[in-house]
Design a protein around this ligand. Structure first.
Ligand code: NAD
Length: 294
């Protein structure tokens, strides 16, 4: 049994932490939302009053926060966790953040002999609940091997992407593809339905044809086509449109770093910004479907 501090119990963090708890580890959990902490405490975790409290006695720290500023705020600076963590405590930073920010956090961790991996995930809330996430990991291979048994309780595919920050680069590449696929699928669904097709029939034809993609397999944006996806639950839960917009912004920054052009990603970012202006940022990212329906 390992003592694990888990910080950030949102749509992803809560089911990920639950899998560690169910595997018999001692979990110390913290989130700014007390209800999430209470939920896991009710299942056997220890409720912490702060992030500093959560890491007391922890051998491993896992964090799953929204964006770069939250992660830097948690670990860096005078009040950051790096000031109080014991050297050797293994940190698995699973949030999706800017590769630059991840490298900054790696650097600060290394200065205090704290092994850290940037380990963003793919697979959505269903993958988090099922323990089938894909981890894209940046950092030292020996640290990954040390953490592998923990990753394997939360995920199915554990990839070493490369050195510090490489996990984040892989993640923004992946999410740019995901956003473009989601928009293309939503656009086609709206066009087909407006021209008289049954949405479920159209979705199945495209899924089994050359237009098939992850959104058609697992996350159709048209309400009622698939059970248990956010589109069929009023676009609630899942992956918030504002987080996808953040990732598309990170993808553009990453492209600019070496002068790459990423026009599909740029257009996807503009469309998601329009969606946010409509007040839909807290809804699942498949709500982009509504841009294409009168
Ligand atoms: P979320 O907003 O549901 O959860 C984030 C949680 O962090 C919230 O509960 C919030 O209260 C908490 N938090 C924020 N600052 C904190 C702090 N300083 N201390 C403690 N808790 C704090 O987001 P999510 O969907 O769980 O996503 C988390 C990360 O995973 C994001 O970077 C996102 O881009 C990424 N991600 C999400 C999905 C998905 O399908 N939802 C999939 C892959 C990756």
């Amino acid at each position: 049994m390992t003592t694990i501090a888990f910080i950030g119990l949102g749509n992803m963090g809560l089911p990920m932490a639950r899998n560690l708890l169910r595997a018999g580890h001692a979990l110390r959990v913290f989130d700014l939302l007390e209800a999430s902490v209470a939920e896991l405490a009710g299942e056997g975790a220890t409720a912490a009053k702060s992030a500093h409290d959560a890491v007391q006695g922890a051998e491993i720290v896992v964090s799953m926060l929204p964006a770069s500023r939250h992660v830097e705020g948690l670990y860096l600076g005078e009040s950051g966790l790096f000031g109080s963590l014991q050297p050797g405590t293994l940190v698995l930073e699973c949030s999706t953040i800017a590769p630059e920010s991840a490298r900054k956090v790696h650097q600060a961790a290394a200065e205090r002999n704290i092994p850290l991996l940037d380990a963003p995930v793919s697979g959505g809330t269903a993958g988090a609940a099922a323990g089938t996430l894909t981890f894209m990991i940046g950092g030292k291979v020996e640290h990954l091997e040390q953490a592998r048994p923990i990753f394997e309780l939360m995920g199915k595919n554990i990839f070493h992407a490369g050195p510090d920050g490489a996990g984040q680069v892989a993640k923004v590449c992946n999410n740019q593809v995901l956003a473009v696929q989601m928009i293309a699928t939503a656009e086609a669904m709206a066009m087909g339905v407006a021209n008289g097709l049954d949405p479920a029939t159209l979705a199945e034809i495209m899924r089994q044809s050359s237009g098939g993609n992850w959104t058609l397999e697992k996350y159709n944006p048209w309400p009622g086509v698939m059970a248990n996806v956010p589109a069929s639950k009023g676009y609630s839960g899942g992956f918030m449109a504002e987080l996808m917009t953040k990732d598309l912004g990170l993808a553009q920054e990453t492209a600019q770093h070496f002068g790459n052009s990423a026009p599909m990603g740029a257009l996807a970012l503009q469309l998601y910004r329009m969606l946010l202006k409509q007040g839909k940022g807290k809804q699942d990212f498949s709500v982009i479907q509504q841009l294409f329906i009168d």
